[in-house]
Design a protein around this ligand. Structure first.
Ligand SMILES: NC(=O)c1ccc[n+]([C@@H]2O[C@H](COP(=O)([O-])OP(=O)(O)OC[C@H]3O[C@@H](n4cnc5c(N)ncnc54)[C@H](OP(=O)(O)O)[C@@H]3O)[C@@H](O)[C@H]2O)c1
Length: 304
């Protein structure tokens, strides 16, 4: 582990201290979420890891404590593929008045043909979009009640720009599963939701914005297509952003005090590579949320 010299140099130049902040990161046991936790600890934050698997979370915590023995790290259970797990997670935060300054919706999945959430939704859209929607609805009123500012950050992907116009008659690609298209739709929905919420909460204590990591060879991509493709992906991972570099999008956004609705991430190679910068929030993200939310509410009602 331990951060690379060039990351520390970048942090010294670009980052502000997080020593008075508590940051909750979903999916903090792996990939970009894990590196985000590490970078935030380096900057002095307290970290809450919200993970679906207790063992994997404990293992990741152990690795972080090994590097930062004084670190304040706790673990909460969250399975975004289950509305009842999200309910329990949100209730735990609200009932125990857990104080959070930065909430990062990082967890996500890719390529799950035939897989469904506990509530019977296609898993990629179910976890990446419905999970975050349901969680936001539960937690934003609580964050609004806190007497300090809260950042509510969502990890999207630049693939959202290439997503097809949403077809509400085949929202989950039931007719023909198209891996990339399903993932792109999940991230387009997230971008629309995040931008909509960023405007809704603009005059409150909650600042809502988005980050994207570029392309990074994490378990999400490496494990998606089996061993052979996974090994090929590992062999060329140096060509892409490392998870560590990808985690800097959040740090850039926090340190540059970006405004609500902003997207921060690499801009080279169509957003696939490089250090983070402020991106243009496209019309695709800025429009169509009302119809999407109406549809989402209908689906949730049917599934609970
Ligand atoms: N890697 C890229 O090139 C890339 C590009 C654009 C955007 N992103 C986004 O970046 C984020 C992080 O992905 P990554 O690349 O770091 O992948 P990763 O290493 O596979 O990490 C994904 C994390 O999400 C967690 N997760 C998956 N399903 C979950 C569920 N149902 N409930 C709670 N947590 C769940 C995973 O937990 P387990 O370890 O238990 O599976 C893991 O901790 C994702 O939102 C992804 O879409 C990644």
């Amino acid at each position: 582990m331990s951060l690379k010299k060039k990351t520390i140099k970048w942090l010294n130049k670009n980052a502000t201290s997080l020593s008075d902040k508590t940051i909750l990161i979903t999916g903090a046991n792996s990939g970009i979420g894990f590196k985000t936790a590490e970078v935030c600890l380096f900057l002095g934050a307290r970290v809450i890891m919200a993970c679906r698997n207790k063992e994997r979370a404990e293992e990741a915590k152990k690795a972080l404590i090994n590097e930062y023995p004084q670190a304040d790290i706790s673990i909460l259970t969250l399975d975004l593929a289950s509305f009842s797990s999200i309910d329990a997670f949100a209730n735990e935060i609200i009932e125990n008045k857990i104080d959070i300054n930065i909430f990062v919706n990082n967890a996500g999945v890719f390529h799950r043909p035939g897989k469904k959430t506990a509530n019977g939704l296609e898993e990629v859209i179910g976890v990446n979009y419905f999970g975050v929607y349901y969680l936001a609805k539960k937690l934003l009123p609580y964050f609004e009640s806190l007497d300090h500012e809260v950042d509510f950050v969502t990890t999207i992907s630049m693939i959202y720009k290439f997503a097809k116009k949403i077809n509400y008659n085949d929202f989950f690609y039931d007719k023909k599963y198209k891996n990339i298209a399903v993932y792109a739709r999940s991230k387009l929905c997230l971008a629309k939701l995040s931008y909509y919420l960023s405007q809704k909460y603009k005059n409150s204590n909650i600042r809502i914005f988005m980050t994207h990591p570029g392309i990074s060879m994490t378990p999400l991509g490496i494990n998606a297509y089996g061993k052979i493709v996974g090994n090929m992906a590992k062999a060329i991972k140096w060509m892409f952003n490392s998870p560590e570099k990808s985690s800097l999008s959040l740090i850039y956004a926090l340190s540059h005090n970006v405004s609500a609705g902003t997207i921060v991430g690499p801009t080279k190679l169509f957003g696939g590579w490089g250090y983070p910068k402020i991106n243009k929030t496209s019309k695709k993200a800025k429009t169509g949320a009302e119809e999407l939310i109406e549809f989402t509410e209908k689906i949730i009602k049917e599934r609970i």
